[in-house]
Design a protein around this ligand. Structure first.
Ligand code: 13P
Ligand code: SF4
Length: 340
């Protein structure tokens, strides 16, 4: 492919960014991304916008246009701090809703409103009300992978990075934990609190099996397996480490295993390996079709048109916000303890 003179100018502008992704994006592919990357970075300045990207976004988004990257907890925490007028959430709908709950006066954009989540779709507000009738007085914890309507019916949110701390912060013998059955059973193994579960599953992580992982272990000496807690229990038992996407990333960066298999969405290994030379990544993975709805093209269109924006009914938002803020308050008090 030969570049015209305009393309060459664009390629020069974004050349330093290619250095960040050259291990995971072939050189021949870069001219396809470069014009959108240059346009998005200019639009961010023009509109005083910030891009928050989840760890499952593709490398050209994650490394070349995002201002803040992280797991669901980090994205919620950082959404509170920003002084930008516009937040673009490169992730799925519940993440954009969480950012809007914490920034009701700002414009929060999600480049594709159809970027959902099988966990969020597994439960409704009416389901939570029924559970409350069934278990009167039992506090309800909801994973952030839920709609604002569901968060509004719950006492407090959690993420995969703080689920155990949130459950134990309630001081109750029994807690209803929604909607991820596998994350709930992983928490239950580590606490004396009795956990009432719901049968929601992540369509990406539930497809991994312990047999699949064992066959990778027998084919690779010194293989370290790290898994997300949305995986089924037998997969988590096979893993050497279990954590949120940010905790998985920290594990690889700090521990430098010789060979690692990240049991999670495919872009994780791409994004982490882009900056690491001394770890071999073994890459069976499953794609999240929702995360992959976000592209450079629709991020650019979203910034150009300031749409689609996330809107939440104010009455629902008021109650849902309390669940998110209670979670962040537990996180903040933990951070203070460590610093003291
Ligand atoms: P994290 O909070 O660990 O990033 O998980 C979010 C998610 O959707 C994983 O499937
Ligand atoms: Fe939802 Fe699973 Fe996709 Fe995460 S990976 S957004 S839990 S469907």
């Amino acid at each position: 492919m030969s570049a015209n003179p305009i393309d060459i100018a664009v390629l020069e502008t974004v050349a330093p960014l290619y250095e960040r992704v050259k291990k995971v994006i072939p050189e021949i592919e870069w001219p396809v991304h470069a014009p959108d990357i240059a346009a998005i970075n200019a639009l961010k300045k023009e509109k005083n916008a910030v891009i928050l990207a989840h760890n499952y976004q593709t490398p050209e988004i994650y490394h070349c246009v995002a201002d803040i990257t992280g797991d669901s907890l980090a994205l919620a925490q950082r959404a509170v701090d920003t002084d930008a007028d516009v937040i673009v959430l490169a992730g799925v709908h519940f993440m954009a809703e969480t950012a809007k709950l914490l920034n009701p006066k700002k414009t929060v954009l999600i480049p594709d409103l159809g970027a959902g989540c099988s966990l969020a779709e597994s439960i409704t507000a009416a389901d939570v009300r029924k559970l409350r009738e069934q278990y009167p007085g039992v506090p309800v914890v909801t994973y952030v992978n839920t709609s604002a309507e569901v968060k509004a019916e719950c006492d407090i949110c959690c993420t995969s990075g703080n689920a155990l701390a949130i459950v134990e912060s309630l001081g109750s013998d029994r807690v209803i934990f929604l909607p991820d059955e596998y994350l709930a059973s992983y928490v239950a193994e580590q606490t004396d609190v009795e956990i009432v579960t719901w049968q929601g599953h992540c369509e990406v992580h539930e497809r991994f099996s312990a047999d699949e992982l064992e066959s990778f272990r027998s084919g690779h000496d010194e293989l370290t397996i790290i898994a997300h807690p949305e995986c089924p229990p037998d997969v988590l038992e096979t893993a050497d480490f279990v954590g949120s996407t940010a905790q998985m990333q920290d594990y690889v960066v700090n521990e430098r295993p010789a060979k690692v298999l990240m049991v999670t969405e495919c872009s994780m290994s791409d994004n982490v390996s882009a900056g690491i030379d001394d770890v071999e990544f073994i890459r069976p993975c499953n794609l999240c079709p929702h995360m992959k709805k976000i592209t450079l093209a629709n991020i650019r269109a979203s910034l150009e048109t300031l749409s689609p924006s996330v809107e939440i009914d104010p009455e629902v938002a008021g109650r849902a916000r309390k669940s998110v803020e209670r979670m962040l308050a537990v996180g903040r008090s933990k951070i203070t303890e460590v610093a003291a």
